[in-house]
Design a protein around this ligand. Structure first.
Ligand SMILES: [Zn+2]
Ligand SMILES: [Zn+2]
Length: 215
């Protein structure tokens, strides 16, 4: 059974939050919850209720504040642990510093990683699954979630339409990022749809042909 994807774009950081769900069992995973404040939380709450979805997984592609700001809301409201890669754990402290910088300190409570994800792990969502691919370079613990059966991936800040993730933040490494994208993502089928953490979706084939960072 094919999984379905719903995209939310939350405002402060212009972040894409994805709800990936099995339309038959109504199980879902929430990837990179970027909602902040009651209105955005209610948008998610209402969607899940209307669609009758049960949250089984809370997953962060990596631990930057824009992708993690809604972690506590999702974790506490739906009783699910945060799943992320261990190598991003040192960034937790930075999230709090960033929250202070943005003047939203009181709204950001980090959640500890409750389940470590590693390359090769498979995350079950009803009858479907996401495979964990580790692509460090934007951060050291950055993972991409690949739905092989449906030919799509949730890419966080690794690969964008015509661009790649920035590498000037702590844990960033340009050479590592480019080589990881080439060896682990551009080797996937050309028609694989990439759902990025910011901006519009693209495909592996399109980026292979036109992305100037990957020549
Ligand atoms: Zn990031
Ligand atoms: Zn981001």
């Amino acid at each position: 059974m094919a999984l379905k994807t719903a995209r939310f774009e939350f405002s402060l950081f212009g972040i894409n939050t994805y709800v990936v769900y099995d339309p038959e069992t109504r199980d879902c995973a929430i990837i990179d919850p970027g909602m902040m404040g009651i209105e955005e939380e209610n948008a998610m709450r209402n969607f899940l209720k209307r669609e009758n979805l049960t949250v089984r997984h809370l997953i962060n592609t990596h631990l930057h504040i824009d992708h993690a700001v809604g972690d506590r809301f999702v974790s506490e409201t739906y009783g699910v642990p945060l799943e992320a890669h261990k190598a991003d754990e040192p960034l937790m402290q930075r999230i709090l510093q960033q929250a202070e910088m943005f003047g939203i300190k009181e709204k950001v409570n980090v959640v500890d990683i409750g389940k470590y994800l590693e390359a090769g792990d498979r995350i079950k969502i009803g009858g479907g699954e996401l495979e964990v691919i580790h692509v460090p370079g934007h951060s050291q613990g950055h993972i991409v979630l690949y739905d092989r059966a449906d030919g799509c991936l949730y890419g966080g800040d690794v690969l964008f339409q015509g661009s790649i993730g920035r590498t000037d933040l702590p844990g960033g490494d340009y050479t590592q990022l480019v080589s990881g994208i080439k060896s682990k993502l551009l080797t996937l089928p050309d028609d694989t749809v990439v759902f990025p953490g910011h901006g519009e979706a693209t495909t592996i084939g399109h980026e292979k042909a036109y992305n100037g960072f990957l020549r």
